[in-house]
Ligand binder design. Structure first.
Ligand code: SF4
Length: 256
């Protein structure tokens, strides 16, 4: 067993997911056809979903734009920007769409304003064809409520699932997320938990597209490398992993 073998196994898994155009959880984002369809047809809905990918299960986050639209009756950016109280009420109505019941609505209204002001009301211009991965990462991270971790994840989804034609895949990265961090530690890909160590390891094992490791690692973390009860015997990395299961990281596990 060696780090190289772990790295190679994760790259192979990542390439499989890319070839399948994987979404986030299997073939889906939200496990709801209607909610997935909205994400695929409306770039503004995808951007809003990214805001939600924190502190709640992934499926709930990715279905939130659909639920928000059902509650408001629209996802019109002008109204999202100019009617913040309606957004607050829609997010906070039972069952609440997010546990960040005050900040999430603010992020949504601010994102709507930014997309109107800077991207002509069309979020897909953030990731316009020919843009560089680093530019798109920066543009997304500039939104209140996104930041680097979510923007790195979003860029990889845009490339893998939405066929965004971006330059510079060698500059992509894994999102420094609790699942990714735990798997990198327990497999020995890193010796300590830091953004620099994780990103450097991703570059080492997949220099042409470090972000290829993102979803693969996150899925291993979510499905088998669980914080308290890792399922090593059925893990995709079980044959190559040194199984350093005593190592763990702090954070909320299932969210992205
Ligand atoms: S579940 Fe076990 S085999 Fe799989 S990555 Fe975690 S420690 Fe390694």
């Amino acid at each position: 067993m060696s780090r190289d073998a772990v790295g190679a196994a994760l790259v192979a898994y990542g390439r499989e997911l890319e070839a399948a155009g994987a979404a986030q959880v299997g073939e889906s984002f939200s496990r709801s056809e209607a909610a997935d369809a909205l994400l695929k047809s409306d770039p503004n809905a995808f951007l809003i979903a990214v805001l939600f990918t924190q502190g709640i299960p992934a499926e709930r986050a990715w279905s939130a734009p659909y639920a928000l639209k059902e509650r408001l009756g629209h996802l019109d950016l002008h109204r999202l920007a100019c009617e913040p109280d309606a957004v607050i009420q829609a997010v906070q109505a039972a069952p609440m769409l997010h546990r960040f019941k005050n900040t999430l609505p603010r992020w949504i209204s601010a994102a709507a304003t930014r997309v109107l002001d800077e991207y002509g009301g069309d979020a897909s211009r953030i990731w316009a064809p020919g843009s560089h991965v680093l530019e798109v990462t920066e543009r997304l991270a500039a939104f209140s409520g996104i930041g680097r971790k979510k923007s790195v994840m979003a860029v990889e989804i845009l490339i893998r699932h939405f066929d965004a034609e971006l330059q510079g895949r060698e500059c992509g990265q894994v999102a420094y997320d609790v699942q990714v961090r735990r798997v990198f530690l327990r497999t020995g890909l890193v010796e300590h938990d830091s953004v620099e160590a994780v990103e450097s390891a991703a570059r080492r094992y997949c220099p042409s597209s470090p972000g290829t490791l993102d979803l693969a690692t996150w899925l291993v973390g979510r499905e088998t490398c669980r914080p308290k009860t890792p399922l090593c015997d059925v893990c995709r990395l079980g044959d190559v992993c040194p199984r350093l299961v005593r190592l763990n990281v702090e954070g909320v596990g299932a969210t992205r």
